[in-house]
Write a protein that binds this ligand. Structure first.
Ligand SMILES: N[C@@H](CCC(=O)N[C@@H](CS)C(=O)NCC(=O)O)C(=O)O
Length: 251
């Protein structure tokens, strides 16, 4: 089976897809794209949408972490990404949808807000990536890419403050699914692969890690993505972090 995966380094849905390919034992080649530039590159490669992950597999182009999960399941059913039991499958699909539609984006906004404030940590997110240009050059020219990424992702102060206020409830939903056995079971499933990278990316932010690492959601991320690339030192205003800190203190 011929497969080429298109990613942005450290992108959480991209890491989700790489984990699912590994789970299926499907060998693949990877092309690393720079954010923003990725949009035009994907169009030129014949993909209909502008986001990674995108994959060419068995002659097909498939885009979107959830779409790719289903295509991988169709092409190679074993080991499965979804439980056979319909009720269990519905629960996994609900958690997976939550991961895609509700958890991914606030984490993306928090990261771009932080990197816009201090670009130095960006290099750590490109560890091991082949960007097609020397890393020093990529970092020297990163300012417009960071500014545009923050803008495209609407990572302004108001949204980021809202994200931080909403984060405890999002983490609680993940903890609840773990307690219910939907996530972090013996066999990892599509929802584990969807959610763990978002939690892993959040934990690369020193501001967020203390509120996450000791809870079940943090344990899931440490199991599934123990070496998530990237590290951002504290940068968020302490007052904005208050909802998260009071939650951790209360726990
Ligand atoms: N929910 C989609 C999200 C895809 C998405 O937004 N990907 C981001 C990277 S995390 C992207 O391609 N952004 C374009 C850019 O940064 O220029 C999925 O899971 O596939």
């Amino acid at each position: 089976m011929e497969a080429r995966l298109y990613v942005i380094p450290a992108s959480h849905p991209s890491i989700c897809t790489a984990l699912m390919l590994d789970h299926k034992g499907i060998a693949y080649k990877r092309t690393d794209l720079l954010p923003v530039i990725s949009k035009g590159a994907l169009r030129a490669l014949g993909f209909p949408r502008k986001t990674v992950p995108a994959i060419k597999i068995d002659g097909q182009r498939v885009q979107g972490s959830r779409e790719i999960a289903r295509e991988l399941e169709r092409l190679r059913p074993e080991p499965p990404l979804f439980p056979a039991d319909p009720e269990k499958r519905a629960a996994v699909e609900e958690a997976e949808r939550f991961g895609d539609e509700q958890l991914q984006h606030p984490i993306r906004q928090l990261l771009w807000w932080s990197i816009k404030k201090d670009k130095a940590p960006l290099r750590s997110y490109s560890e091991g990536a082949k960007l097609g240009v020397p890393i020093d050059l990529a970092m020297m020219t990163a300012a417009p890419i960071v500014a545009l990424s923050a803008r495209f992702n609407e990572a302004g102060d108001d949204n980021v403050r809202r994200d931080l206020a909403a984060l405890p409830a999002l983490l609680q939903r993940v903890d609840d699914w773990i307690a219910a056995g939907v996530l972090n079971g013996e066999q990892l499933n599509a929802a584990d692969f969807q959610i763990a990278p978002s939690i892993g990316l959040a934990m690369t932010l020193d501001d967020l890690r203390p509120a996450i690492e000791g809870r079940p959601a943090g344990e899931l991320a440490k199991r599934v993505v123990p070496n998530y690339p990237g590290k951002t030192p504290p940068i968020l205003p302490p007052a904005w972090l208050q909802p998260l800190r009071s939650e951790t203190a209360a726990a």
